[in-house]
Design a protein around this ligand. Structure first.
Ligand SMILES: [Zn+2]
Length: 219
C-alpha cells in the first residue's frame, strides 16, 4: 500500500495527542493515521513530550469545592453516545479504516445515499452543531462544480483520488481547505473517489450557471 503524501499539520497533531480536537476532526485525523506511519510516529512523539511535561509539573492543591464538584460528577450517569454505532458495521466496509466503519450503519453498497450533484452522492456520519462530517462518493472522471468555502474544511481520501490546483490527492492523503479557497476538483482516477469531508456551513457554488444550479437544487 502506498503511503500518503499529504499530512496533518503540526498544531493538529499536538491537539490530537492532547485530546482537544472535536469528535469530527478527531475522526478525520484518526482516519489519516490509519494510513500513515509517519503521522502515527508524530502523534506518539507528541504524546511522549506531553507526558514528560505533565510529570515535571508540580501538582497544585485542589480546593474543597472543586474536589466536591469532581466527586459529584462521578455519580452522574454516563452521557449517551453521540452516535449510533452499528454492531455489524465492523464486519462491513472492510476496506475502510475501523474508526470510520464505526459510524456507518450499513455497508456502503446498500446504504441510503443522499444526492449532492451530478455524479456525487454522500452519506452523513456525524453532525456537531453546524459541523458536518460525511463520506462523499464521486464518479470517476467527473469535474466537480467550482465552489467556494465559507469556513475551513478538512478532507481525507478513502479510495480513488482527485486533483485540484494544490496537487493530486490519493488514498490516505489529507487536505485542509481554507475559507475562501475556490476550487473545482477533478476525479482523475479510474475508480470513484471516496472522500471523508468535514465542513462547516453550506457549500457556496461560484459562477453564474453553478449559482443557478444551487438555487434550483440547493443547499
Ligand atoms: Zn501523515
Amino acid at each position: 500500500m502506498t503511503v500518503p503524501m499529504h499530512h496533518i499539520e503540526g498544531d493538529m497533531i499536538v491537539a490530537y495527542a492532547a485530546g482537544t480536537l472535536s469528535e469530527g476532526l478527531s475522526l478525520v485525523v484518526a482516519a489519516h493515521l490509519s494510513y500513515c506511519p509517519k503521522c502515527r510516529m508524530r502523534v506518539a512523539t507528541a504524546e511522549a513530550v506531553g507526558g514528560a511535561v505533565l510529570e515535571e509539573m508540580t501538582p497544585e492543591p485542589v480546593s474543597q469545592d472543586k474536589l466536591a464538584a469532581v466527586l459529584g460528577r462521578l455519580d452522574e450517569p454516563e452521557a449517551a453516545p453521540t452516535l449510533q454505532a452499528c454492531a455489524n458495521a465492523k464486519l462491513l466496509n472492510t476496506s475502510l479504516p475501523g474508526c470510520v466503519r464505526r459510524y456507518l450503519p450499513a455497508d456502503l453498497d446498500t446504504i441510503q445515499w443522499g444526492w449532492s450533484g451530478p455524479g456525487v452522492k454522500h452519506v452523513q456520519l456525524l453532525r456537531e452543531g453546524d459541523i458536518d462530517v460525511s463520506i462523499y462518493h464521486c464518479k470517476s472522471g467527473i469535474s466537480m462544480i467550482e465552489h467556494d468555502h465559507v469556513a475551513d474544511e478538512a478532507a481525507l481520501i478513502l479510495s480513488g483520488g482527485f486533483s485540484d490546483a494544490k496537487g493530486s490527492y490519493r488514498r490516505g492523503d489529507f487536505q485542509i481547505i481554507e475559507a475562501g479557497y475556490v476550487h473545482a476538483p477533478v476525479v482523475d482516477t479510474s475508480d470513484p473517489c471516496l472522500c471523508l469531508v468535514l465542513k462547516r456551513g453550506p457549500t457556496k457554488l461560484t459562477g453564474r450557471l453553478p449559482r443557478l444550479f444551487q438555487k434550483l437544487f440547493g443547499p
